[in-house]
Ligand binder design. Structure first.
Ligand code: 7TS
Length: 417
């Protein structure tokens, strides 16, 4: 069969030269890294920006009047502005730095939820959420008596928008869901979901852990109320993430963590709190990591997020087409439009961990397991799956190699039975 070729605007060979790790071998074979949905690799520009910060500018932020502290503060605040621009957000003060998406979502649940949710109020999620968008609600629910409703999938493995429409009632205070699924690769129609939520006065909380790295995001066009992201999945360092929130909501929210930097005035008995975003950034923040995240965003912006999204989608389409031709492979997730660079699969009769180990022996990194989405595994009837995920540095040749080694693995295990 003639395959649909991967047409990409990206000069992938040139981009790959910025990622030293892609030159290494694993088990004597060239590394084929197909686990970017778990964490992406970092271009030199990001590591260099962090090294430059430490070598030439480091001090604590927002404290001293001395030059280094002023420089560090200016770099940190300029990183905040870069994140805001990247998200199409009008106002850098509405961007709070967190450790990752998980912390950003915990912040929303504890702070916004704490101030706004009462017994009997409903929060609507979907069966395909990452645990980061389920467990914080579970923790919160115990003390509050809120009702958590989960919307299911269509037969095509997209979120069932009709079911979502029915699940949203006058008691709904929040809808919380992903931009792009880390298992299905499906892209949610965030704007439509926002309209449904807003029609009953509910807020829309978007888990952008996979959306921000792989899609062009404009929080104003999406009309969401909260958007959470992780730096390490979008070419940035670990230890830094961000929460964007609609300014009016953020201003009305109480602090999440208490300590230095987030206060206005403290006496022995009580404290009052700083304005946004400082109110949500207790303690010394991840300054070098913020600088690294800004460098990652500059890199992605230079490449162009539309081109990144198109490249990922083209690779996924190509991989799915090639895998469709193999007997004994089950594929999960939708086909067609609105789908990112994530291909989740199982090989008949072989545990996904064995599949991942066999691929690793050939230098190919994929993730196996429940991908922190156990309820989805139950819905799919597959507690564990294997997952190949792509990014701007992934080549068509790497997808070919993955498919070939997968076919050989399947044949090897079949012969052994
Ligand atoms: N939400 C989604 C959709 C995710 O994919 C992840 C991480 C998270 C939230 C949490 O991000 P963190 O940076 O706070 O950990 N997903 C994955 C994954 O798919 N494999 O490893 C981590």
């Amino acid at each position: 069969m003639l395959h649909w070729r991967v047409m990409s605007e990206l000069d992938v060979a040139a981009l790959r030269r910025d990622f030293p790790i892609l030159q290494r071998t694993v088990n004597g074979k060239p590394l084929v890294y197909l686990d970017s949905a778990a964490s992406s690799h970092k271009p030199r520009q990001v590591v260099d920006a962090m090294a430059d910060y430490y070598y030439h500018h480091h001090a604590n932020v927002h404290r001293g009047a001395h030059t280094l502290s002023t420089e560090a503060t200016s770099l940190y605040e300029s990183a905040r502005a870069t994140v805001a621009r990247f998200l199409g957000a009008p106002d850098p003060a509405s961007v709070v730095f967190t450790r990752n998406t998980t912390e950003a979502l915990n912040l929303v649940v504890a702070s916004w939820g704490g101030a706004n949710l009462n017994e009997g109020d409903e929060v609507v999620v979907t069966v395909a959420e990452h645990h980061a968008n389920l467990v914080p609600w579970h923790l919160f629910k115990r003390g509050r008596g809120i009702v958590l409703k989960a919307v299911g999938l269509t037969s095509e493995h997209r979120i069932d928008l009709e079911a979502l429409r029915e699940a949203i009632t006058e008691r709904t205070r929040a809808v919380a869901t992903f931009h792009m699924s880390n298992v299905l690769g499906s892209i949610n129609r965030v704007r439509e979901i926002a309209d449904l939520a807003h029609a009953v006065g509910a807020v829309l909380i978007v888990d952008g852990a996979q959306g921000a790295p792989h899609l062009s995001v404009d929080v104003q066009a999406l009309d969401c109320d909260f958007y959470a992201l992780s730096g390490h999945k979008m070419l940035g360092p670990t230890g830094i993430g961000a929460l964007w929130a609609r300014r009016s909501l953020l201003e009305a929210m109480p602090p999440f963590l208490g300590g230095g930097e987030m206060i206005r005035r403290v006496t022995l008995d009580d404290s009052s709190y700083a304005g946004i975003p400082q109110r949500f950034e207790a303690g010394t923040p991840a300054i070098a990591e913020a600088v690294g995240l800004a460098a990652a965003i500059d890199y992605l912006t230079d490449v162009g997020m539309d081109a990144v999204a198109a490249h990922d989608a083209a690779l996924a389409r190509y991989a799915l087409e090639r895998l469709d031709e193999l007997e004994g492979i089950t594929l999960y997730g939708p086909r067609g439009e609105d789908r990112g660079g994530i291909v989740t699969f199982n090989v008949d009769g072989i545990h996904p961990h064995d599949v991942a180990s066999a691929l690793d022996a050939e230098g190919i990194a994929v993730r196996a397991g429940h991908h922190c989405a156990q309820p989805l595994g139950t819905v799919l009837g597959a507690r564990a799956t294997a997952r190949a995920s792509f990014y701007l540095y992934t080549t068509e040749a790497e997808v070919d190699r993955f498919v070939e080694v997968l076919a050989r693995t399947r044949d090897f295990f079949a012969a052994a039975v």
